[in-house]
Design a protein around this ligand. Sequence first.
Ligand code: ATP
Length: 481
Amino acid sequence: MITTDTNKFQAIISHAKEYGFVFPSSEIYDGLSAVYDYGPWGSELKKNIREQWWNSMTRMHDNIVGIDAAIFMHPTTWKASGHVDNFSDPMIDNKDSKKRYRVDHLIEAQADKLAKEGKTETAESLLASMEKLLSDNDYAGIKSLIEKEGIACPVSGTSNWTDVRQFNLMFSTQLGSVSDDASEIYLRPETAQGIFVNFLNVQKTARMKVPFGIAQVGKAFRNEIVARQFIFRMREFEQMEMQFFIRPGTQKEWYEYWKKERMDWHIGLGFDAAHYRFHDHAKLAHYADAAVDIEYAFPIGWKEVEGIHSRTDFDLRNHQQFSGKKLQYFDTELNQNYIPYVIETSIGLDRMFLLTLSHAYTEEKWTKEDGKEDSRVVLKIPPKLAPIKLAILPLVKKDGLPEIARELMRSCREDFYCFYEEKDTIGKRYRRMDALGTPYCVTIDHQSKEDGTVTIRHRDSMTQERVALSSVREMVSRSTR
Ligand code: ATP
């Protein structure tokens, strides 16, 4: 069992703000609940994660291409996809505090509490009862369970609950300026539907043959009721989704293939395999015939970072029915028309970002040679994801050292992101770069002028070595891509 670490989680949130990774949205107006902005290093890190995903899908697979569909879609899309009728969470309101809660979150919090008290078995059986009731859509049963457990509202402290009701998570707005002829449309709650409605456009224009995939990265919006836990659960977030179109009947093999492929991607980035696990869904979404989550041991516990879903032909079939347009594929090998089945891989970019910080954030303390204590906060971000790859630091601001440093900067900046800094002592500059997760720092000193060598410092081990100035670019380039 992985223990939660609330202090570490709080430390990550403060660090992310202090060092320009993530800010609360519109902070000068006291922020907007569950909406966040990414700062200079946050947007760079986010871009690197996005690129790793995008390239792993489109460049590394001959049979996957990308698209970039609009956020707004024809409103019928969401009837066909089932979101208008089904994209809702069971909620319960406390009559005293008027606060609304997702029932699964209330019960999970209770299970956490029991586990912390050492009642692991009771906690597990509570979760099992909840999953069973949810999969039976037994909302009266869920309410009884909440009452039987004596779960109280964290705000009012009472157990004065309403019945359990469904609450749709889509945001809606009006398209058109005059209210009479304006029609209600939704902000997409997932990027997947932009792929489904373009299925034939892409298949034909990119000359794709089943099996093939379409990848997309973009914003999605959900009116999450219990939006907390920093960027783990946001109302506006980014998804990286890939729909893989296959022959009907081959879904089991492809499902296993993508489970492995996606787990390999995570581990291949440099994250610890022991912090990952698969979690099969007990209650399947309305579109799925098999579904699994890839979970990560965040400081707030095991949580989903990615979902892999076998979606059958649910989406294409429904779009065909609602649009009246054929969405079929002619398989020349089988000499047969069919609606392809789909395996989806869906990962939250912001959640992957939080995972990266959770892995990376490290507080270190040690005793120096002179007996004094020293410490640092270092982000051990995998080098290929790090926002800054190389910091270039002239030891002093004179004697021609800044010129050598600038020259190195000029020769490297086209290959990777480097950062120049000449203020403060070298020790302070190293600490700042540790806090930003910069894997390498190069110091230009007087010896550099004489023999063309520099000191390169490694972030994780803090070791330093003397290398030829001319070798820096190639060395950093190689170890950060
Ligand atoms: P959860 O159970 O956590 O609400 P979900 O099962 O509804 O997530 P999916 O619909 O499968 O999530 O979405 C795929 C991925 O999108 C998730 O694995 C997650 O990484 C990300 N995601 C979903 N909702 C949010 C959100 N509100 N904020 C940030 N990321 C999200």
